[in-house]
Ligand binder design. Sequence first.
Ligand SMILES: [Zn+2]
Length: 319
Amino acid sequence: MTSPACVVGVDLGGTKLLAGVVDARLNVHHRTQRTIAGLGQAALLDAVADAVTEVGDLSGIEPSAAGFGIPALIDRRTGTAAACVHLPLEGVAFGDLMAERLDLPCVVDNDANMAALAEHRFGAARGVAHAIVLTIGTGIGSGLILNGALYRGAIGAGGELGHMVVDADGPLCQGACPNRGCLEAVASGSALVREARREASSLPASALGQVLSAGREVSGPMVTELAHDGDVAAQRAIARIGSQLGAGLSSIANIFNPELIVIGGGVIAAGELLLTPAREELERRALAPNAELVRVVPAQFGAEAGMLGAATLAREELG
Ligand SMILES: [Zn+2]
């Protein structure tokens, strides 16, 4: 069965990929997930191409195009991945290569842009002309919707709000970023683990303190679970990164004057434990008209946001 309304969306994360056949109403007809951690470039490209072929075959639908969200800065002049921290894709003309291998029109963009597109077209930012979408996981990705369209900067490498400095003498940033005190360095899932270990040391009798003294590994999801169960140390760690996040949001509010800031990614599992201190800090720091206008809300889409956005881009640009 050929369905021009169906396209393939693929989200490439640092450790796994998610692919699905998606129709115009955002229904996913078949999806697959693969572990790609540690793969070399050739094996990685094979895994991506196989996943696209598999979801097409098993859904019984012949897709009309494919969209890919990859964790890289994309130079839109050449279509190549200009910088890619977690996967061996630097310098690869990813979209052209996949189009040739799959004999299918293909489009590629930054993964956080794809999550923002999904939230804008179908999710928490639907109908909003000026919205900023932050995806907070191990790092912080962001997508800018300005005047109803994705804003990518001069060559496509813009909108990296995770690398906005909020503490000039703060901790070193991650990956290839040479900076200190970026929002990502103080308000990401990695920062949450660092703050949690600090709180656990100062409150050894807390549940978090006992985890640390038992030699167990502290992870973001575990801290979030303990915080929801009422552990004070875990709640303090989340409140700390929430207020750091709010400092960054105040700059975002002042620079873009958005109506909405959407927070997604794994860290949003903390919900109001994260968002309340973030909103309070934003209100303390942003200029009055910007602080009064902007709303800060959780994302509608979870782990599938990037895949759904990649499919949306393929439909809008190629479908
Ligand atoms: Zn940085």
